[in-house]
Design a protein around this ligand. Structure first.
Ligand code: CA
Length: 404
């Protein structure tokens, strides 16, 4: 539609609301406001209007203010609590120093709509231009209690510094990144986003959730809020919980049971490995015979491992490497004398093993030598010597419980 037509017929535009669900209570805790425009009998998205570079920002502000006015009024009239998420781009916000939006919100605060129920979504793309001005304005908004969300996080990973500077309350993650990235890629992206969120105290909101798999993913990766067609489409009515297409409590209960099973299976692996090593402990005869001790273990870890060695508590390797190549265990004596104490968690883990007298299974990490994703099972042979058994990727991959 012609932008001018839209402006001339503000009566033909209306907000729609897409529910946002909390992971904590499994209930609708707010709505994102989107715009619809009547075109004869159809209600069309106002997305193309807002994303059109040729439409003057002033027009967009006017339409947005109109939509927001209706949304605030409708929420107040319906007596609905919860958050109202609104989208604003940087250029729009900068017009008149962002005072129009603030004034409207202040008017409604007097009518009983608390400022801290408003969440302004800005997109990462906006950080490219005039970031300092935007940051300044958002800081100002925050002093009124208004919350800030960064939309489409992860689309451009280079903005991590700026997100940190902005300290938003919420990071909105487009669940599409799961579909677009290869497995390792999105694990890494998710890992850095979770770390970032924890550092700055932001909640993760997963949007565009379209199926059970994605909801599970969002739950598993610490999402505090969920949004998407799988839960509810945007609608004209503010009808809360009744609009949800799936029973979130049931779904989450399934994920919890599944996760508990996997953790249990993983711990079972660890207990089993511990037992195998314990059975051979009577054959530990000190460092001079370290290699023959490992040799005695090779049969027991035939399926699981591709490399084994022993270090002392300072990280010195006191055995050869036992390295499996093409189904054969080879002995690499030249690895003796290496020091591994510089590796992340090495000393922490050996101290833990010594203190609790039990084995530890590492996280998944990329092995320096093979470049494959592996895990290491380690076990205290004595208070001074520690056995390291590297678990090969193929074994991890065959056992889902080891992939988490
Ligand atoms: Ca949005």
């Amino acid at each position: 539609m012609d932008p001018l037509d839209i402006l001339d017929n503000l009566d033909d535009i209306k907000p729609v609301y897409q529910p946002i669900v909390s992971a904590i209570r499994h209930t609708v805790v707010g709505y994102e406001v989107l715009g619809r425009c009547r075109n004869e009998d159809e209600w069309e998205s106002l997305g193309p209007f807002f994303h059109d570079q040729d439409v003057p920002e002033e027009f967009k502000v006017e339409v947005d203010q109109h939509l927001l006015h209706i949304a605030l009024t409708e929420m107040l009239e319906a007596g609905i609590d919860g958050y109202l998420f609104i989208n604003r781009n940087a250029k729009q916000l900068m017009i008149n120093d962002g005072e129009d939006l603030l004034q409207l919100l202040l008017d409604f605060e007097e009518k009983g709509f608390a400022m801290n129920r408003i969440v302004i979504e800005v997109t990462e793309h906006d950080f490219d231009e005039a970031f300092e001005n935007l940051n300044h304005l958002l800081l100002y908004y925050k002093t009124f209690g208004i919350q800030i969300a960064v939309d489409h996080v992860g689309a451009k990973s280079s903005n991590i510094d700026r997100i940190r500077q902005l300290e938003p309350h919420i990071l909105k993650i487009d669940t599409n990144i799961i579909r677009r990235q290869k497995a390792d890629g999105f694990q890494d992206i998710m890992h850095s986003l979770s770390m970032l969120a924890r550092r700055i105290g932001a909640a993760l909101l997963f949007e565009n959730i379209e199926d059970n798999f994605q909801l599970h993913f969002a739950w598993k990766h610490g999402g505090r809020f969920y949004q998407g067609y799988y839960l509810a489409k945007p609608g004209f009515a503010l009808d809360g919980q009744s609009v949800l297409a799936v029973n979130v409590t049931d779904k989450i209960s399934e994920y919890i049971q599944r996760e508990k099973q996997l953790v249990e299976q993983r711990l079972h692996h660890v207990l089993n490995w511990e037992q195998k090593v314990k059975n051979l402990l009577p054959f530990w005869e000190g460092t001079k015979k370290a290699d023959s001790f490992i040799e005695g273990l090779t049969n027991d870890f035939e399926e699981e491992s591709f490399r084994m060695f022993i270090c002392d508590s300072d990280g010195h390797q006191i055995s050869s490497n036992f390295r499996k190549r093409e189904g054969q265990w080879e002995i690499e004596p030249d690895k003796k004398g290496s020091n591994w104490a510089f590796r992340p968690y090495f000393l922490e883990n050996t101290m833990q093993m010594k203190t609790w007298s039990r084995g530890i299974l590492s996280e998944i990490y990329s092995d320096i030598e093979t470049r494959e994703m592996i895990r290491t099972f380690s076990f205290p042979l004595t208070e001074e010597y520690f056995l390291f058994i590297d678990i090969r990727y193929a074994f991890i991959f065959e056992n889902e419980s080891l992939l988490i």
